[in-house]
Design a binder for this molecule. Structure first.
Ligand SMILES: Nc1ncnc2c1ncn2[C@@H]1O[C@H](COP(=O)(O)OP(=O)(O)OP(=O)(O)O)[C@@H](O)[C@H]1O
Length: 303
């Protein structure tokens, strides 16, 4: 059965979109499935994929997008299913990155927008589309000024969080990018956080956004920094800028992060927190078929 189904999380964002989604789904001839409780979205998506829908639309925020991707993965249906997004959440961070800025844009992209095939990340067996961050729990980039975001990319996210945290214990970690047997680990030491980005906000040096079709993560290790709560934006941007001595950046297709303390490391995987002493992250290259908006530029521009 080819066809489109919307998997809707009625609790996402303002939680006041049920009627709109129902009406629009009817108009477009799309099927509609609604979650009744947390966790339903994964199961509903899996069933929809197994029933043969060729487009599954995640209607909700970033958490819903991640759960739909988990459902497609569990049905082993990446080859058969295209993911669409209706941005109904609070942040809608991932949707914005792929040019799906509002509901109207989302519906027109579903009708005749471009389809791309992007990478996803795997944290062991758990898929993610945007990021996996070890350590410092960075909530979102939404509290960060647009100007600051464009100058320092994904690290704006760390800055926003650092401002709100008064104290944190650095992590003692080894970060190994899988260079092969006998190679020394890529990095070992104390870090505030390690950001492993698949999404576009994690730009490599010299580009405004990351390439989500290149089979590589953008990795940034934020090493211990001086107390920053009183620093101005200009000083912070120097500290965290592209040539910062406080940050190591590299690209890798796989990364193994190992904590050296008795306590497990906290990882934020597309917004969800999990704890592990060691986590293996790898890219599944060009696996997720995705409906994108006009602003999505597969080849990142120069900054
Ligand atoms: N019917 C439901 N009732 C309660 N929780 C639900 C329901 N359906 C899904 N959820 C939960 O909602 C969370 C996802 O919310 P989502 O991220 O989509 O919205 P948001 O937090 O408002 O947006 P964003 O993440 O973009 O800021 C998940 O934890 C999911 O399990």
């Amino acid at each position: 059965m080819a066809g489109t189904v919307i998997v809707h999380n009625p609790e996402s964002g303002s939680g006041s979109h049920t009627e709109t989604v129902r009406t629009r789904a009817d108009l477009c001839g799309y099927a509609l499935e609604q979650s009744e409780q947390a966790g339903d979205v994964v199961a509903l998506t899996r069933e929809a994929a197994e029933a043969g829908y060729s487009t599954i639309v995640a209607a909700g925020g970033d958490g819903t997008v991640n759960e739909v991707v988990q459902g497609i993965d569990r049905a082993d249906a990446f080859d058969d299913v295209t993911l669409g997004i209706l941005p109904l959440g609070t942040g809608n961070n991932f949707a914005k990155q792929i040019g799906i800025t509002d509901i109207e844009t989302a519906f027109s992209a579903l009708e005749d927008g471009a389809r791309r095939t992007i990478d996803i990340g795997m944290a062991t067996d758990r898929p993610f589309v945007n990021s996996c961050v070890a350590g410092l729990t960075a909530e979102s980039v939404s509290g960060t000024s647009g100007e600051s975001k464009s100058r320092i990319g994904g690290l704006a996210y760390v800055l926003t969080t650092l401002r709100t945290v008064t104290e944190f214990d650095p992590l003692h970690l080894t970060v190994d990018s899988g260079m092969g047997a006998g190679e020394p680990p890529t990095w070992s030491g104390e870090a505030l956080c390690v950001m492993v980005g698949n999404g576009r906000q994690f730009a490599a040096d010299g580009t405004t956004q990351a390439n989500m079709e290149d089979g590589l993560f953008e990795v940034a290790i934020v090493k211990d920094v001086p107390a920053i709560d009183l620093m101005s934006d200009a000083v912070l941007e120097r500290l965290f800028g592209q040539d910062s001595a406080h940050i190591d950046r590299f690209q890798a297709a796989s990364v193994d992060i190992r904590g050296h303390s008795a306590d497990p490391v906290r990882f934020t995987v597309d917004g969800d927190i999990i704890q592990h002493h060691e986590l293996d992250l790898s890219v599944r290259s060009n696996v997720l078929q995705l409906v994108v908006g006009e602003e999505y530029d597969p080849v990142p521009m120069d900054a």
